[in-house]
Design a protein around this ligand. Structure first.
Ligand SMILES: Cc1cc2nc3c(=O)[nH]c(=O)nc-3n(C[C@H](O)[C@H](O)[C@H](O)COP(=O)(O)OP(=O)(O)OC[C@H]3O[C@@H](n4cnc5c(N)ncnc54)[C@H](O)[C@@H]3O)c2cc1C
Length: 478
């Protein structure tokens, strides 16, 4: 490790020590049904959200925690798998997992590794470096992750605990925890979507943007990419760079989305207090924002547009698709588009029942459609499927009393967006959203232990000073 990085890590330790107040331990492990201490919090997902949540909890003296991730170490999140952009889309100065500790920011790490001048000249953060930074962050704040460990199921256990079945390698085991945070990313509450007319196509002709795709095999072929968000463009660019003969990007809307609403909303007032608004305002804002979808940065477009064999088709929804030999014919209102391979970059949809780990209680997770009836002009069945979360990111019940224990399962992922605005799965919101989640978790743990705290307070008998009367008595005793 370079001396600059070693010095930075010393600085991190110093900063954390100087800002650790109040650092008195305040939790006692509860015994689980297996006789071992249950975890205070189990965090599922060791992407940026899971790591930052764990860091926030450690700073609140909630240290009896465990982070698990099904991915192997270094492969958490999308950065080194299906993320196909060269750089992050967020501006380089957006801070996140550091939770406002300067020495833990991406900028500090970048400057320690490559020098200040390099940072000054950096345009956007290369995604591989963001992945490296997250690994360093984990190490610098002293977090450990159990990798290759997948959450399969959550059920209630005795004494208000949750039982999480996890599969680690070939072994299955049960972890008991008072609370579980699902920081499981983009697909946490659903799955990637395929437009209905394409669903019958075989895997040799169709892939999702989140799939492993052999782009080399697309050299000389015609590729159709469905969708017009940044991910669709990234896939189109990767196919073009791999030597695809033609790439057609098919956008359903009459005009491609150029405005990035997430830029507008990146101010402390919105990020911090959106969740305090009433349902009508939260719905109005998030419906408008999520219906617009996200715009893409200039560099994302330029990466495609520099190729003469890139074709952008606006106002081109897919009406039907049929296999013709080795190719697919896509019927659109503007005519037929033929392609040898189709990539769907149409995003994710919320469908709680899709998630195996939520299967046992999916039908009792309250959604926005259960809780809020928008005016006719603001209806959206798609957004109505988002979970309606409590103010601590916990699931709420559709039928009260049926699964009360789900109030100890907290969702910090893209699906939290309708309730909280950008929060999980968004770098721009981490500095405001993670403290809110941590606050909710510690509030729940504290309240649940009130009786113990009251008894502890009453039993507290540590004198802070010795007064004359006591000294005299002690001398007399000899
Ligand atoms: C291609 C792409 C580019 C993006 N670019 C940007 C950007 O530039 N700026 C920005 O602000 N945001 C961006 N985002 C959005 C967001 O920042 C990322 O999705 C980010 O990875 C979210 O972090 P996360 O920790 O919430 O989820 P993830 O990074 O997805 O991590 C979730 C983790 O949970 C694990 N997991 C899931 N299910 C289980 C299970 N059952 N058991 C155990 N482990 C499980 C996964 O293996 C994964 O490692 C991008 C998203 C994508 C997909």
């Amino acid at each position: 490790m370079s001396s600059a990085l070693t010095a930075l890590e010393a600085q991190v330790r110093d900063d954390l020590a100087k800002t650790s107040h109040p650092n008195a331990p305040w939790l006692e492990p509860k015994p689980g049904p297996d006789g071992k201490p249950a975890l205070d919090v189990l965090i599922v997902g060791a992407g940026q959200s899971g790591l930052a949540t764990a860091f926030g909890l450690m700073r609140s003296q909630v240290t009896n925690i465990l982070i698990v991730d099904k991915a192997e170490e270094g492969k958490e999140g999308p950065w080194l798998s299906y993320a196909r952009m060269h750089t992050l889309r967020s501006p380089k100065d957006f801070t996140g997992p550091d939770l406002d500790i300067p020495s833990l920011t991406y900028q500090s790490w970048h400057e320690a590794r490559f020098g200040k001048e390099d940072w000054d000249h950096l345009d956007l953060i290369p995604r591989e470096l963001w992945a490296d930074y997250l690994l360093w962050f984990k190490h610098a704040v002293g977090l450990t992750v159990r990798n290759g460990c997948e959450l399969l199921e959550i059920v209630p256990a005795s004494d208000g605990l949750l039982a999480a079945t996890v599969e680690c390698g070939d072994a299955t085991e049960t972890l008991y925890a008072r609370k579980i945070v699902l920081a499981t990313g983009q697909e946490a509450m659903g799955n990637w979507t395929v437009p209905e007319p394409l669903r019958h196509l075989p895997a040799r002709l169709l892939a999702l943007a989140s799939d492993r795709i052999d782009f080399g095999a697309l050299a000389g072929k015609t590729v159709a990419v469905i969708g017009a968000g940044a991910t669709a463009f990234d896939n189109a660019a990767t196919a073009l760079e791999a030597g695809a003969a033609e790439v057609h990007l098919l956008c359903r809307r009459a005009e491609i989305q150029l405005i990035q609403p997430y830029r507008w909303l990146t101010f402390r007032g919105f990020l911090r207090h959106f969740c305090d608004l009433d349902d009508a305002w939260r719905w109005r804002f998030m419906r408008a924002i999520l219906e617009l979808r996200e715009g893409f940065p200039q560099a994302t477009y330029d990466r495609c547009a520099q190729f003469a064999n890139f074709h952008l088709h606006e106002g081109t929804p897919i009406e039907a698709a049929r296999e013709v030999g080795d190719a697919v014919e896509l019927r659109t209102p503007r005519g037929i588009v033929s392609a040898n391979f189709v990539i769907c970059g149409t995003g994710t949809d919320i469908d709680v029942a899709e998630r195996r780990e939520l299967g046992k209680f999916a039908d009792n997770i309250a959604t926005w459609a259960d809780r809020y009836d928008p005016p006719e002009s603001e209806r959206s069945p798609r957004l109505g499927r988002y979970p309606y979360l409590a103010d601590d990111y916990a699931f709420t019940e559709r039928v009260p009393g049926k699964t009360p224990w789900i109030s100890n399962i907290h969702l910090f992922a893209f699906a939290s967006t309708m309730s909280f605005g950008p929060s999980g799965s968004s770098i721009n919101a981490m500095t405001t959203a993670i403290p809110k989640l941590v606050y909710g978790l510690t509030r729940g743990l504290f309240r649940a232990d009130l009786e113990r705290h009251w008894n502890s307070f009453n039993a507290y008998d540590v004198p802070q000073a010795v007064i004359a009367r006591q000294k005299q008595a002690a001398e007399e005793r000899g």
